[in-house]
Write a protein of this length. Sequence first.
Length: 513
Amino acid sequence: MDYSDLDRERAGFAVLQARLPAMFRQVFPDRMAPRTVLIIPSLSVDADVLSKVSGAHHYEERMFCLLLLLRYPATRVIYVTSEHVSEAIVDYFLHLLPGVPPRHARSRLTLLACHDGSSAPLTRKILDRPRLLARIAEALGDTSRAHMSCFNVSPLERELAVKLGIPIYGCDPDLLPLGTKSGSREVFREAGLLMPDGAENLRDAADVAEALAGLKRRNPALKGAVVKLNEGFSGEGNALFDFGEAPPGRTLDGWVRDRLPHITFAAKDMGWDAYAAKIAAMGAVAEAFVDGAVKRSPSAQYRVNPLGEVEPISTHDQVLGGEGGQVFLGCQFPADDNYRLEIQAEGAKAAELLAKRGVLGRFGIDFISVRDGDAWRHYAIEVNLRKGGTTHPFIMLQFLTDGSYDRDTGLFFAPGGRPRHYYASDNIVSDRYRGLTPHDLIDIAVNHDIHFHQATQQGVVFHLIGALSQFGKLGAVCVGASREEAKRLYHETIAILDRETGLASAASRNNVH
């Protein structure tokens, strides 16, 4: 695409996006208003980094939570995936709809697939299939009442939107630099947020080595640092540098350069040559590793609506694992009582700044929080200008319970004032789970009475079900009346799966998180 074509595409996209405010005022609040939502769950991120995630293309199923939009009687949903999704999985989600017969909902749902399991982004596959694109356009019908919902909005999604003639409820890809690791640090600095000592906009290994040496000089007691690829995903682009044997004085620079190829990567099977190439291609940051006897990884989520208004959506405590605790595994909602409102308030400073820059839709802001006596210090570390691992569990809770988030308390209340909490994970993994079909999983949930109950508004909702048989991997959102109850339900679910697949104890499991 040459510059003139790109300029035309940007201009066309701006015209489409200008429709959203009127749609938000007139269509969104009316549950009976006819509308069509095209869901494109493409993970349009770096393919090499994404390839390190087991069963990556099944992550397209995480946005199945949006099938619950079919609770609105005149809403139609078009959902496109790389490969065909089992009807058992579709049926599972439709039966979660409160007050809507599954057959009624199914008649308003169009499922389309590329029949392509390659590592290319889903949106790229759609654009490369003119006949599929034509089928999507035909299914859309009246485009004046249609919009697109995506996992993230890259230039690929913008191109698709322009070809189909519908807006995206998401961030203009021209603003994506604000959500890189370097852009995040610049936003936090301007918003006045505390963040780890570090350096951004690093373009090669020499820049990284210089930044690491500078961190050690400014803080001789520093034990470690984190290098992050600008466009890393779920922590898979992170690497840990250990200063444990660093020499004093002028030899530090040379020692860092020599040690850099031996850095420890969060992603499995990542090597220095490939990582250095990624630094050169997308840039990186280097940050001091935040240490503390009591340390947490909370996040705050926000939405900028088409009227430019910032809404706090939720807070979470993230569950991290992998090498050095760099990889996102799951989350607990809400974040800890002691600091969730502090996190919400600190993140709002950056959220307001992002809204002024034109950011639209959902995004998250991640922190590292360290207890300091009776107080907490919160270091802002990352902006995610996309839906993320904390998005789909919260959407699921909203639609399942018809409840709402109270920004004054940071709690979620179901109708009748009943608080609801959850523990969610995308990384329930065991080799022994391989071979379980969606039908098997549903049978296990029903037989053990852990399936989500509308009457009690508690229980387990599974996702990533399509990854279970091949990869032994799935996700779950465990909803309870308290933080402790939600976590207990999560561990009970793991124990049930282990027993049903012949695992005698937690010690015998292979890599279950």
